[in-house]
Design a protein around this ligand. Structure first.
Ligand SMILES: [Zn+2]
Length: 1013
């Protein structure tokens, strides 16, 4: 969003151009003038010839100026124009033969490759030599880059990316042949430059040469430039932290997806892989880091500055290059294979041991991935850098991965197990990227899910390796990935996972939950269809075939199909997966016992249709999938083995095991498939009876799946509202975390719809009734800070279930739960000792703030400022949003946005959490609209942030009035180009529709729940 609107950037480019103009005039035209003088003398006698020459030259000049004007008018800034005229006009007048002139005009006017949003592809960078001097005192840097280029197709244009760089000197030389020395002839192979200029509209820089570069030849482009170390979290940016009351600065890079061009001129598309050698010069009080280790280091006698030369990288994409200048300290460890892993962070965090956990798991993870992929980690070292500010949770730069502190520093004294789990998964994700991403990189951004989907899927697989008892891939994956993304992907405003990306501004959009979560869910489905061994074999082959290079989705499908064929299983994986990746959404598969008289009773009918929440948009869609449906038949005492049926058509009949009136059908065994399953009502009734009588017959994953499917099918109108409510009636018997988690997610969704309705207590009472017995039985955790130290070993499932029940009980109004929370807070205030178990602190803080008086809010606010533990800071801040005092909420919102009391990346969470609070909903919605310009300017360019904010603030809106306010706002503010607005609108429309169509039926059922017959 901010990409085209970079007025400060344009200013800088303008200044850069005057320098460039000066350089061109001083150096190049002088040599050509001398040349012309000699030439004139020689042709004195040939009046006719010279007249011809003058006429031709004059015509050429006129045409050239016209052309320049034409090009200039199309460009954004006047600065760009004067620059290109100065640099180009001067030498163009006096050079070249007639033939070249005409050819050049046709060439430039006709081609102008910088007007395309993609690089022309005539040149390939092979190596970058990048030297930077970093000035931390005034936050600027200056650099020189020397790029070795291989010419693929003859061209006179060198087009590459720059953004916000002040380019001064540019030169091009021809090298002898394949990468050798410069051509050994007068001028050292210098190629004469016709003109060079930035083209800000496409963030490009263009060097136009007099003569063509020849295919198969190697050239060297040298550019020098200056730029600022920005305060914005992109490119090469700065941030700060406080150590012993002293403010300290650091500067670090974030190049993904298209910000390397803000730090040096480069071919900033992932397919232009090259090697890099980096040299950083800076004040010796700082340390510098990059992807590779320091090869040599020297101190200048003059100013005492240090120069670090980093080793040459392997071939990699520009957006994975990284460096940092900071005064952090580190801890290190070594893998058995000799890879040095260091964790760099604020000195106080290192000395407190907050980085030890991440360091420990990273070491184990490198071993895990090397075994799993059967491909060694490629670099001699891996640094993990914990920074106070970062636009994302983390960034997987090869050998120098950067994490925001909250996702890598763990203070075992106060961190909850969910904080630890989140952190663990971020680390697992980034380490996976060292293979899927760094080593093999998607060709283009449309297939970004090829790396993000894999890394997200492996978060669960890798965490299972670290903590097998957590059972992440079989369980937590369902609620956190599958159920979560099916909510989004069931909207008609969703999009295919492979999205066309043309403009730079489209690129940010592909990094969304569809890419991450649907990508992971599809990969998991495929892994289950293939089986672990063949899946692993295919991945190994894919990585080995494309290492240090790029790959597209077809490359992956080919390798996976090959692996299948090697075992005699001939499945066209590409053909199957194209349905899932090129089409949006997913199917609902309806299984019914055969009703037809022609077929025997052991036949089932299976029907597929595109699942959509909005009934009105369903009719005219004809999307179909190749669905790997697993089905099992069961009864009261046992369940038969599953069979795999491929569903290719809209409706199909299939033979299944023997059935009678008491047998039920269950589809999508363990929810490995990315689709919903619906049944005829008698089958739903049998499944519900089964859950009530003996739920253990059905797997944990399927119990969670049945709950999620039932609630969502009812929400979309495929099922009566009573079915899911009746289904969760078995929960008092449920002892596993996952079905509870699945149910609570669905119940909070409903809560958001219902919490301002008159009959709300019917709903909350029903929920409390399901929760009460299990809640009382499990009680509250007894561990207190000081004797933990063992979060790692704790039985995660039990702890999580206990936490889930306390959360449900407290948020739906269980009196005992409220008393317990209040007692904990009172104890904390009176003793000034926090004895609240870390795992439930967020619930206790929030409940305390909402029930107790203003002093408690002030107390939490004070604690928020005084704590240094990042995890604690975050939940204290969120607790402040739980107050029902509008004045306090308003104060919090204003302080968040206008002061630096609240960390920048947390401001969005504050607004969303205020909106989540029924008392704060109107306030957050109003505040959001009033401050939209400020918020959009601040977070517009950061991936996720903006759509998270838009979704977070609007998803609670559910009245006609609010829907109209939303529509008016979208219209008045001219937003709506991004995908977040149509999605928000569709969700709110769906909320309003649910009230209109289903609320009555829902409450009717609650008033008089029928008995299970
Ligand atoms: Zn990632």
């Amino acid at each position: 969003m901010g990409l085209n609107d970079s007025s400060p950037g344009a200013m800088r480019n303008g200044r850069g151009l005057s320098d460039q103009w000066a350089e061109s005039v001083v150096v190049r035209p002088r040599t050509t003038e001398r040349h012309i003088t000699v030439h004139k003398r020689m042709v004195l006698g040939f009046a006719l010839s010279i007249l011809t020459l003058i006429i031709v030259t004059a015509v050429a000049v006129v045409l050239s100026v016209r052309f320049e004007e034409c090009a200039g008018r199309d460009r954004d800034g006047a600065a760009g124009e004067s620059g290109s005229r100065g640099g180009g006009g001067g030498s163009a007048k006096l050079n070249g033969s007639k033939g070249e002139r005409t050819g050049e005009r046709a060439d430039e006017e006709g081609v102008q490759p910088w007007r395309n949003s993609r690089l022309p592809g005539s040149l390939r960078p092979r190596h970058y030599d990048l030297q930077l001097a970093v000035y931390m005192d005034n936050f600027t840097f200056s650099g020189e880059v020397s790029i070795e280029l291989e010419c693929v197709n003859a061209t006179r244009f060198i087009v590459l990316h720059t953004d916000r760089l002040e380019v001064d000197r540019v030169s091009v030389t021809a090298e002898s042949s394949a990468g050798g020395r410069q051509a050994n002839r007068p001028g050292g192979g210098v190629m004469r430059i016709h003109r060079h200029f930035p083209y800000p509209a496409n963030q490009m820089y263009v060097v136009v040469l007099h003569r063509e570069l020849k295919p198969m030849r190697v050239y060297r482009l040298n550019m020098s430039f200056d730029a600022a170390i920005e305060d914005e979290l992109l490119g090469f940016f700065r941030s700060s932290y406080t150590l012993q009351r002293e403010r300290r600065y650091l500067a670090v890079t974030q190049f993904s997806p298209i910000h390397a061009r803000k730090a040096f001129p480069c071919f900033d598309e992932p397919v232009y892989k090259a090697t890099f050698t980096l040299t950083l010069r800076h004040d010796p009080q700082y340390t510098s880091l990059s992807n590779m280790p320091v090869e040599s280091s020297s101190l200048s006698d003059e100013d005492g500055w240090v120069t670090n030369h980093f080793s040459r990288t392997p071939r990699m994409s520009t957006y994975y290059l990284a460096w940092a200048v900071c005064n952090f300290t580190y801890k290190e460890t070594q893998t058995d294979g000799g890879v040095t892993i260091r964790l760099y962070a604020r000195p106080d965090a290192i000395s407190s041991g907050a980085g030890d956990y991440a360091l420990h798991i990273t070491k184990r993870l490198l071993g895990f991935y090397q075994d799993y992929f059967k491909v060694q980690y490629s670099l001699p070292k891996l640094d993990l850098l914990a920074v106070p500010k970062h636009p994302y949770a983390a960034m997987e730069n090869w050998g120098l991965s950067v994490f925001v502190e909250q996702k890598i520093l763990l203070d075992a004294e106060v961190s909850s197990s969910s904080y630890q789990m989140e952190l663990t998964m971020v680390v697992v994700h980034e380490i996976c990227h060292q293979w899927f991403g760094d080593l093999v990189t998607p060709v283009w951004w449309e297939d970004v899910w090829l790396k993000e989907g894999f890394a997200h899927f492996f978060e669960y697989v890798g965490t299972d390796f670290l903590f097998p008892k957590w059972n992440m891939e079989k369980q937590r994956f369902l609620t956190d990935v599958l159920h979560e993304v099916m909510l989004l992907d069931g909207l008609s405003s969703s999009h295919p996972i492979s999205q066309e990306v043309d403009q730079a501004t489209d690129i940010d959009r592909v990094f969304d939950w569809i890419a991450y979560k649907k990508g992971a869910a599809l990969i998991r489905m495929l892994a289950n269809v293939m089986g672990q061994t063949l899946f692993q074999k295919g991945l190994n082959d894919y990585l080995l075939s494309h290492m240090y290079s790029n790959a597209a989705r077809d490359d992956l499908w080919n390798k996976l199909s090959q692996a299948m064929r090697s075992e005699g299983r001939d499945i066209d994986i590409g053909g199957m997966m194209d349905r899932w990746t090129l089409q949006m959404g997913y199917p609902v598969v309806t299984i019914s016992k055969n009703q037809s008289e022609q077929l025997p009773t052991h036949y089932i009918t299976v029907n597929q249709e595109h699942f959509l929440y909005g009934q009105d948009v369903r009719n005219n869609n004809s999307l179909q999938w190749q669905v790997p449906l697993t089905v099992a038949v069961g009864n009261e005492s046992s369940v038969g083995s599953e069979s795999l049926i491929w569903i290719n058509n809209k409706t199909e009949s299939h033979m299944i095991g023997q059935m009678d009136d008491k047998t039920w059908l269950l589809g999508n065994i363990n929810q490995t498939g990315y689709f919903r399953v619906n049944y005829d009502l008698p089958n739903w009734k049998l499944l519900i009876q089964q859950l009530h009588r003996n739920h253990q017959i059905i797997s944990v994953g399927n119990r969670a799946g049945l709950i999620d499917d039932a609630f969502n099918l009812a929400r979309a109108g495929y099922l009566p509202q009573g079915v899911p409510l009746q289904l969760i009636g078995y929960l008092p018997e449920e002892t596993s975390f996952l079905p509870w988690h699945s149910a609570s997610r669905a119940l909070y969704q409903l809560d958001k719809l219902l919490d301002r309705t008159d009959e709300y207590s019917l709903f909350s009472d029903y929920v409390l009734k399901q929760v009460a017995s299990r809640y009382h039985q499990m009680g509250w955790p007894t561990n207190v800070p000081g004797n933990e130290g063992n979060v790692l070993q704790a039985s995660y499932q039990t702890e999580e279930l206990q936490r889930e029940l306390i959360m449900l009980a407290c948020s739906f109004g269980n009196k005992q739960c409220h008393r317990q929370a209040v007692a904990y807070i009172s104890d904390w205030i009176s003793s000034n000792k926090n004895r609240i178990p870390p795992n439930i602190r967020d619930i206790v803080y929030c409940t305390g703030v909402s029930l107790m008086d203003e002093d408690v809010w002030e107390f939490i606010w004070m604690k928020f400022h005084s704590t240094n533990a990042v995890s604690e800071k975050k939940i204290l801040l969120e607790a402040l949003t739980c107050s029902d005092n509008i004045f306090l909420l308003n104060r919090l919102l204003n302080l968040s946005l206008t002061s630096d009391l609240v960390p920048e990346q947390d401001v969005i969470d504050v607004i969303i959490h205020v909106g989540r609070n029924p008392q704060g909903r109107n306030l957050a919605w109003k505040y959001f609209r009033e401050k939209w310009d400020v918020l959009n300017a601040r977070y517009g360019e950061a991936l996720f942030m903006n759509s998270k904010l838009i979704g977070g603030v609007t998803e609670f809106l559910n009245t006609e009035k609010e829907l109209n306010e939303l529509k008016e706002f979208i219209q008045a503010s001219g937003v709506g180009t991004g995908p977040a607005w149509p999605r928000a609108l569709e969700i709110v429309e769906g909320n309003v529709r649910w009230h209109r169509l289903h609320r009555r039926q829902f409450y009717q059922w609650l008033r008089k729940p029928p008995n299970l017959g």
